[in-house]
Design a protein around this ligand. Structure first.
Ligand code: COA
Length: 258
């Protein structure tokens, strides 16, 4: 059975985790399908933005499938974590931009999934939380590292050591959520954010994403040198010339991704 519903609208795809009965928790079957989907969009150039959301209005993703987890051996849990970490890293390394559209609770692995996306949009009733310590574990899908990079160690410790949940407004005020959507307009808000990205030059958008991600943990001089290296990739593109031409001709640029 398919674990996701996919709605392709030109260069933007909406992926809905289709497991409302288990609050869209990450099962092994769901992870395997997700891994294949991330690989598909990363290999091609047709899909430029993916909006990732969950079915229903209760949960974006309730983390690992705890019912399935209860049946798994330690070795199976290790293998699952390795697959999850590999898939989340592949998503980050993809040229595609991922937007998490938080339709409800994102807990544990659900928050880790959202943190791995490039941007987050939240419905008013969305909640986030790295609640793992409450279950006797720690975040194992990158949460301790990605949250710390996003909000700093002080705030990350406040959230991870208490395992408390944040509402959408608090997550927005901490910069974890980029846009708060009005009630009933989550996907519209995420979609217009996606459209404002796809109108830009494809190579420039992907290169900017990687320049930010690759430079964030480097010392400033190294990070600036890295930015220059990334700049070289756009300097030689046809799209750069098109951007200049469109500016001179006072029209919207038509980018080809070359
Ligand atoms: N794994 C597997 N099943 C899950 C699940 C998970 N992570 N989270 C919820 N479910 C299941 C419940 O067991 C329940 O199944 P049932 O109908 O067979 O009893 C169903 O989803 C609905 O759960 P319920 O708690 O009644 O839904 P809710 O809408 O009131 O609350 C959540 C939604 C996500 C807030 C709540 O389910 C929750 O807190 N889940 C646990 C999240 C968690 O701790 N994740 C792991 C962090 S490490």
């Amino acid at each position: 059975m398919a674990e996701f519903k996919v709605d392709a609208r030109g260069p933007i795809e909406i992926w809905t985790i289709d497991g409302e009965g288990r609050r869209n928790a990450i099962s092994r079957a769901m992870l395997a399908e997700f891994q294949g989907m991330v690989a598909r969009v990363s290999q091609g150039h047709d899909t430029r933005v993916v909006i990732l959301t969950g079915a229903g209005d209760k949960a974006f993703c309730a983390g690992a499938d705890l019912k399935e987890r209860g049946t798994m051996s330690e070795a199976e849990v290790r293998a699952f974590l390795e697959g999850l970490r590999h898939t989340l890293r592949a998503l980050e390394k993809s040229d595609c931009v991922f937007i998490a559209a938080l339709n409800g609770a994102a807990l544990g692995g659900g928050t880790e999934l959202a943190l791995t996306c490039d941007l987050r949009v939240a419905a008013p009733a969305a909640e986030l939380g790295l609640t793992e310590v409450r279950l006797g574990i720690i975040p194992g899908g990158g949460g301790t590292q990605r949250l710390t990079r996003l909000v700093g160690p002080g705030r990350a410790k406040d959230l991870i050591l208490t395992g408390r949940r944040l509402n959408a407004a608090e997550a927005f005020s901490l910069g974890i959520v980029n846009r708060l959507a009005p009630e009933g307009h989550l996907l519209d808000t995420a979609f217009s954010l996606a459209e404002s990205i796809v109108e830009n030059a494809p190579i420039a958008v992907a290169t900017a994403k990687h320049a930010i991600d690759d430079g964030v943990s480097l010392a400033l001089d190294d990070a600036l040198a890295l930015e220059l290296k990334h700049y070289e990739k756009v300097l030689t593109t046809e799209d750069r010339l098109e951007g200049l031409k469109a500016f001179a001709e006072k029209r919207k640029p038509v980018y080809q991704g070359r």
